[in-house]
Design a protein. Structure first.
Length: 89
């Protein structure tokens, strides 16, 4: 296998490596492959920039109260199940 074949990645593999490096350190080969790919691929550079912006936004977001009252929805589902199949809304 030639050096170019070793270093060139598909966009799918490059984005996978970008995601993986947010969770763990990439090895030398992975870092080199990603570096080479990002030098030639405008789309993946844009993805990397957008991904970094999303990370910042998620890190700085306000906490949200995740408790949601589902009582009304539960009653609707149970009523629909009791009635059986009917016309689809």
């Amino acid at each position: 296998m030639s050096l170019m074949n070793t270093l060139m990645l598909s966009c799918r593999k490059a984005t996978h490596l970008m995601e993986r490096r947010t969770m763990e350190e990439l090895g030398t080969l992975g870092r080199m492959q990603l570096w080479v790919h990002l030098r030639v691929c405008d789309g993946c550079r844009a993805f990397q920039k957008q991904n970094a912006q999303m990370d910042v936004l998620m890190k700085n977001r306000e906490p949200v109260d995740a408790s949601v009252d589902t009582t009304v929805l539960e009653k609707r589902i149970l009523t629909a199940l009791e009635k059986g199949p009917g016309p689809i809304d």
